[in-house]
Design a binder for this molecule. Structure first.
Ligand code: GTB
Length: 214
């Protein structure tokens, strides 16, 4: 059955792979499933056709036959559950991979989003520059904890899993600020994720759409 995902017609990051369709593309590439992409403009996000796919008017979404999903976590979970390659076979290891997916989305991503919003949306507020360092330090606390856990390991829990895919995807957002590089083991972890052929294909596919045209 054909899989169709949605992505920005023009991503604000100009192709750095930071929009959340990249993690879905990456998961599909890891498991070897081809997919189509429906490109959506910002105005089209609020149109009924897209709101029927995602009531919050966001990308990414996922369609496969009768099934329509939104939320990148739910989509990657579905892909990992239905295809070999992203969840370990042993039940306990699989449960831990799911735990790391939730940790990425629910524990690590929130302060990172707060930081991104503080930079993008609040910097011109009179209190913006004063707040930003506080928010940055909240990110640093989480990254320090994660770095302490990872130590010198290659992946979070043995073999690469959907937990790593999601964690690396979340951490990528801290590259432009430089904060990621304050944590060398996390920077190396992210680089390992980016070096995976499946990530490279996902990145190239979104770049082909978003790279500035000459
Ligand atoms: N919880 C949802 C999920 O994980 O799927 C969040 C989805 C979401 O935030 N989607 C964003 C969106 O559709 C795109 S990814 N925004 C449009 C809107 O809300 O109107 C977030 C994103 C956008 C741009 C960059 N960037 O340019 O760097 C990075 C991340």
């Amino acid at each position: 059955m054909t899989i169709t995902i949605t992505a920005f017609e023009r991503s604000p990051d100009g192709g750095k792979g930071l929009a959340r369709d990249t993690r879905v593309r990456w998961a599909l590439e890891e498991v070897g499933r081809p997919y189509d992409v429906r490109l959506v403009s910002f105005p089209a996000l609020e149109e009924p056709a897209h709101l029927a796919r995602n009531p919050f008017g966001q990308i990414p979404t996922y369609e496969e036959g009768e099934l329509t999903l939104f939320e990148s976590g739910a989509i990657v979970f579905h892909i990992a559950e239905r295809n070999a390659g992203l969840f370990p076979e042993r039940a306990s290891a699989r449960a831990r991979a799911i735990m790391w997916m939730f940790a990425a989305l629910n524990t690590v991503e929130p302060p990172i989003l707060e930081f991104a919003n503080a930079k993008l949306l609040e910097s011109s507020e009179p209190w913006g520059p004063k707040r930003l360092p506080l928010v940055a330090d909240r990110v640093r606390s989480r990254l320090q904890e994660l770095s302490d856990h990872l130590g010198g390991a290659e992946w979070l829990d043995g073999e690469f899993s959907a937990g790593d895919l999601m964690m690396v995807s979340v951490l990528l957002r801290m590259k432009p600020s430089g904060i990621l590089y304050e944590f060398p083991s996390l920077a190396a972890y992210v680089a390992r994720g980016e070096a995976r052929p499946a990530y490279q294909r996902a990145f190239a596919a979104q770049l082909a759409i978003n790279a500035p045209k000459p």
